[in-house]
Design a protein around this ligand. Structure first.
Ligand code: NAG
Ligand code: NAG
Ligand code: NAG
Length: 815
């Protein structure tokens, strides 16, 4: 099976882009002489040179192969193989065995566009130009116009925005593939950059196809076999990054995003492409590092408790804690909710007061179905994207695909409470259903991904694997820019996890892949290794949390991602594994696991920096009626413990929280849990076909730090509620009980919660001085984070914790 797969893959690859200009050598199987076969081939009993099926290395593109430890010195190839995986040879223009001076990214000499174009490792000038081994001919440390670089050219660098690419390969050629950019492949300079997103073609169409099924959501279904056999590729190379059985049986060839054809028919080079289900190209089969299975966790010494309290009024698809201390719930157009507007229509958004359980209906103008969101620098909440109108249900709500909805609330102006979402008229530049948002240090908003019309792996024209930037006021800049990590990970490209890091770059994770992305230059700063295990993003989303930042960890982010699943079907077993990575540090995944597989599980930071994981299911996926075996237990993750000791279990809820549920931290330090609406239109009573229905009950999880009603710090007064992320200081006065030992102050950004993705979510511990353990009335001095990459502008909550017990939090504005 495996060798057939590799042979099939090789045949496709060879036909697609190994356009040799020499006669394939014949061989003598019985001969004891040195084989005339190329490197990576051996002589078969039929006296033909065939690819080494026993050696997976042979089939991997150069950047995936083991790099020989030999000196990187340009030596002419004698047999037509070249590059890092083939003895660091370059192509000999005088060779009589082969033709061509360009070494392709797969390590073969030739002079076709596939060899000399994107990914070319050496001799890339093509047949016309000289391909003599580089010699020291002078040059400058600035980019040269001929795309040559490195030590043989006086240290010339590459222009990341130029025609060639920003990385200097071991052989002195500028390019943007991993063969050029990875230090392991001998990259000489510019090595942090890898792929310019803009240089990658993206499959989109100018106009959205007509929308027909907008009240529902398409489903990928269960693959007929998780490891699909190769589908006899035609050998015809893709022209748009699609491939395989669904797309004319094309192969990926030298497609810039990678040469493996994924199970769903998209070209790429990640484990989702080359691993299980790979249709053609350098498929690698089983994962190298299997993720850990479930690991039992002990019950927490202090588990906290859960109580049912209040209602959401509308299905809680999206939620955020607003600066007035109330929670806004936001839903799609429905034919039933518990609240009505003055115009007689159902409300699809509500404002919930956790202190009084009172609800107010909120109006909106465009369908917010599966939107993304974040807070603006001025404190308003934005919801971006959505879905088509459903006139037959509510003619007053319009098309929300490009919608931008704004909600303003204030800690000091109660007259804003209850006011409707404002839609002053700005629109996203392209339709986005399931986009993720993140605020940047300069207050602009990064909006990524989304569907133009519903997820269907056979319809790339439905997809929008691009990003766009909104101005700080949420007015659009009007341009959608292709983003390679989204493009190649279709259909698992929606609702990506995005975290802003201290250097101003974004950590972006989708499917199983992640990278560090620089928005300003539209470049991939670093490709991170794939996270072993199943898909982690929509429609098998788990949760992703950036752990607390502090001066003691140099504000260096640790990101933990848990849960997920292998395919979008009710039979899909959820993934228990978690990966934790320091993208700016070692950048390797440390694997861990929850006590059980969980999809749609979401992690929320508590005021003390521990992480609570709730909601989700042990079986199934996101989508209507697609999950069962609800996971009811609260899981507590203490990031400060050693690996293997971080998880403990809390209480069990009695309420299934499946698709379209949420969790977020309230000002009083408790966790609000709400939602679950895994049916197309609300149902209040289960049937055999719909065992899980619409849930309007809220729950409050009281965390360990409030168990037993400890005395909270009180009378908290901040010297200012307009704070600057510039290392400046402010003071906090408060009272604490006698005999207290230590204070901690956290600066907490809850963000916009939907589909177990917490957009913008982050917290920082602030340095403090002046706590007097002998006193009960304190005045402490608190230092703000050093810059806006650590604390981007917007509304935050300040929690003062004494010996781990939080005071009631207070909203501040950070600029
Ligand atoms: C290919 O396989 C042959 C025989 O199995 C082995 O001797 C040879 O080392 C392999 N070549 C490479 C490049 O792996
Ligand atoms: C809402 O729509 C569903 C599905 O179309 C239907 O079964 C249900 O009766 C409708 N509910 C109301 C209250 O109209
Ligand atoms: C922000 O501060 C951190 C910590 O001092 C530093 O590492 C980082 O480079 C700064 N970010 C920017 C964009 O200057």
């Amino acid at each position: 099976m495996r060798s057939t797969l590799f042979l099939g893959a090789f045949a496709g690859l060879a036909a697609a882009n190994i356009n040799f200009h020499w006669v394939q050598p014949t061989c003598d199987f019985t001969s004891t002489e040195k084989s005339p076969c190329l490197k990576g081939q051996s002589c078969t009993e039929a006296n033909t040179c065939e690819a080494n099926v026993s050696d997976e290395q042979v089939y991997l593109p150069a950047f995936r192969r083991a790099v020989p430890a030999v000196k990187r010195q340009a030596v002419y190839s004698t047999d037509g193989s070249c590059g890092p995986a083939n003895g660091n040879t370059i192509c000999d223009p005088k060779s009589t065995v082969y033709t061509g001076t360009c070494c392709s990214q797969y390590g073969w000499c030739g002079n076709t566009a596939a060899h000399c174009g994107t990914g070319c490792l050496s001799g890339c000038g093509g047949a016309a130009s000289s391909s003599a081994p580089p010699t020291a001919t002078g040059g400058a440390t600035t980019p040269r116009s001929d795309g040559r670089c490195g030590k043989d050219f006086a240290g010339a660098t590459c222009d990341s925005k130029g025609a060639f690419g920003g990385c200097c390969s071991a052989y002195g050629y500028c390019g943007s593939t991993e063969g050029h950019c990875l230090p392991a492949n001998g990259c000489q300079n510019g090595c942090t950059g890898s792929t310019t997103s803009a240089s990658i073609p993206v499959i989109t169409t100018a106009t959205r196809p007509p929308s027909t099924t907008t009240s529902g959501e398409p489903v990928l279904g269960k693959p007929s076999s998780v490891v699909a056999p190769p589908t006899n590729p035609t050998g015809k190379a893709t022209t748009d990054g699609t491939c395989g059985a669904t797309f004319g049986k094309t192969v990926c060839g030298s497609w810039p995003q990678g040469s493996c054809c994924s199970m769903y028919g998209y070209c790429g080079s990640t484990t989702s492409h080359c691993g299980a289900g790979c249709q053609s190209g350098p498929c690698v089969g089983a994962p190298v590092t299997p993720p850990p299975g479930p690991s039992p966790a002990p019950a927490a010494a202090k588990p906290g408790s859960i109580a049912i309290k209040g209602r959401s009024g509308v299905p809680a698809m999206h939620a955020a804690l607003m600066p007035n201390g109330k929670v806004v719930f936001l839903d799609k157009v429905e034919n039933y909710t518990e609240l009505k507007l003055a115009n007689g229509q159902y409300a699809y958004s509500s404002e919930y007061d956790p202190n009084t359980q009172k609800l107010a209906p909120l109006a909106y103008k465009t369908n917010a179905f599966c939107s993304g969101g974040v807070f603006l620098a001025d404190g308003r909440l934005v919801s971006a994207g959505g879905n088509a109108p459903l006139d037959f249900i509510d003619p007053t709500v319009k098309d929300g695909f490009k919608g931008l909805r704004l909600l303003k609330r204030s800690a000091t102006d109660a007259t804003l409470d209850g006011q409707a979402w404002a839609e002053p008229g700005g629109k996203l530049s392209t339709a986005r259903w399931y986009a993720s948002l993140q605020i940047m240090p300069d207050g602009t908003i990064f909006v990524a991904s989304g569907s133009l019309n519903g997820l269907d792996p056979a319809k790339p024209e439905n997809n929008n694997p691009t990003y766009e930037i909104l101005n700080p006021s949420a007015s659009p800049q009007g341009k959608s820019i292709p983003m390679a990590i989204l493009s190649k990970n279709q259909p698992y490209y929606m609702y990506p996890f995005i975290h802003l890091m201290r250097d101003g770059n974004l950590f972006v994770f989708t499917s199983k892949s992640s990278e560090i992305f620089n928005v300003g230059s539209n470049t991939v700063v670093k490709l991170l290794p794939d996270l072993p295990g199943d898909y982690r993003t929509y429609p098998n989303t788990g949760g992703s949390v950036m752990l607390p930042l502090s001066s003691s960890n140099q504000w260096n982010p640790d990101i933990v991602i848990c849960g997920g699943g292998p395919y979008q079907d009710i039979t899909a077993p959820a993934d228990p594994s978690c990966g934790r990575i320091q993208p700016l540090g070692a950048a390797t995944w440390e694997l861990d696991s929850m006590p059980e597989g969980r999809g749609m599980v979401e992690g929320t930071l508590l005021a003390d920096g521990s992480v609570i994981w709730v909601n989700g299911a042990n079986k199934g996926a996101q989508g209507f009626d697609l999950a069962s075996n609800p996971t009811l237990e609260v899981l507590i993750y203490d990031p400060t413990q050693a690996l293997g000791k971080r998880w403990t279990t809390g209480p069990k809820s009695t309420i299934a929280r499946l698709y379209h549920s949420v969790a977020l931290l309230l000002l009083d330090g408790t966790l609000l849990i709400s939602g679950s609406n895994p049916v197309e239109q609300p149902m209040t009573a289960p049937t055999a076909a719909h065992p899980y229905v619409t849930e309007f009950r809220n729950e409050i999880y009281t965390p360990p730090y409030l168990q037993g009603n400890p005395v909270r710090p009180s009378a908290v007064v901040l010297s200012s509620k307009a704070l600057k992320a510039d290392g400046s200081k402010f003071t906090i006065k408060f009272n604490n009980k006698a005999g207290s030992k230590a204070v901690k102050v956290s600066l907490y950004y809850g963000g916009f919660v939907t589909h177990s993705v917490h957009m913008g979510h982050r917290m920082a511990f602030l340095d403090t001085t002046g706590f007097n353990a002998a006193a009960t009335a304190q005045t402490i001095t608190v230092t703000m984070p050093p810059n806006k990459s650590v604390a981007p502008p917007g509304p935050y909550v300040v929690y003062v914790l004494v010996d781990g017990v939080p005071a009631i939090g207070q909203f501040v504005m950070v600029s």
